[in-house]
Design a protein around this ligand. Structure first.
Ligand SMILES: Nc1ncnc2c1ncn2[C@@H]1O[C@H](COP(=O)(O)OP(=O)(O)OP(=O)(O)O)[C@@H](O)[C@H]1O
Ligand SMILES: [Mg+2]
Length: 236
């Protein structure tokens, strides 16, 4: 579904990605783990067209995305839940979810999508009329995820969904991430600093260090890998 070949990207003179080769197959959950500043968010921003690669290629469903705007990639089925959630605090929960449906043509489909989101996160239904800014951090993450699911994306990109949340809420959200993948067959690229959680959730994973991919493999194998254990899992 997604293929990066030799992708370089960054911010003016700062090259944050130094030639990345990465694939995500249809139906997979793939994790991208790495420390602070490794380039994980840059990688997601480049995939969704917010940053333009300075070299290499990003292919989505077989098509080179060069020159496509973020909104065109959304229309083709990409949906990013950015770092820090970025919900609209002054709008209600319902209005935030409505914004995620702006490309859905039929009202009936919007209702179906909404029903699915409420089934995943019943608290969002209870809080429909509440201002989103007054939700707890965990509820805001659920809302950001729910909003991204409106319109049934085929490819979901998640930037550190566990950030700043309590363990119980994280568990709940990650169970839903796996459920979305299982039920909707949604392909997922999961970026996490929490390597243990990411490797428990994903089938495959890549390790990013200072803009370079240093390791990749089955998530299970990486959990048992000595280097990963020492650098990312606080073991050894
Ligand atoms: N808007 C920006 N302008 C300039 N440099 C940036 C910008 N955003 C990120 N960088 C730099 O690019 C590099 C990669 O940053 P990035 O945000 O992709 O890391 P990350 O892996 O997502 O880190 P974190 O886990 O802290 O979110 C870092 O050196 C960072 O300082
Ligand atoms: Mg980041």
């Amino acid at each position: 579904m997604l293929e990066l070949v030799g992708v370089k990207s960054g911010y003016g003179p700062i090259e944050a990605l130094k030639g990345i080769d990465l694939q995500v197959g249809e139906g997979e959950i793939v994790a991208l783990i790495g420390a602070n500043g490794a380039g994980k968010s840059t990688c997601l921003k480049t995939i969704v067209g917010l940053l333009r690669p300075t070299a290499g290629q990003v292919r989505f469903c077989g098509q080179d995305t060069l020159g496509l705007k973020p909104q065109q990639l959304v229309a083709q089925g990409m949906s990013l839940v950015p770092e820090g959630r970025r919900i609209f605090g002054d709008l209600t929960v319902g209005e935030n979810l409505g914004l995620g449906a702006y490309l859905t043509a039929s009202r009936a489909q919007v209702q179906l999508d909404l029903a699915y989101v409420f089934d995943l996160f019943p608290i969002l239904q209870e809080r429909q009329k509440q201002r989103a800014g007054t939700l707890s951090g965990g509820q805001q993450q659920m809302l950001a995820l729910g909003r991204a699911l409106m319109g049934r994306p085929k490819f979901l990109l998640l930037d550190e969904p566990s950030l700043g949340l309590a363990p119980l809420i994280i568990k709940e959200i990650f169970a839903m991430i796996q459920r979305i993948n299982r039920e909707q067959k949604t392909t997922i690229l999961l970026v996490e600093q929490n390597a243990h959680l990411a490797l428990k959730t994903a089938q495959r994973a890549y390790v990013l260090e200072s803009g370079v991919l240093t390791l990749q493999g089955l998530a299970k194998e990486l959990l048992g890998n000595k280097e990963v254990q020492a650098a990312y899992l606080g073991l050894v």
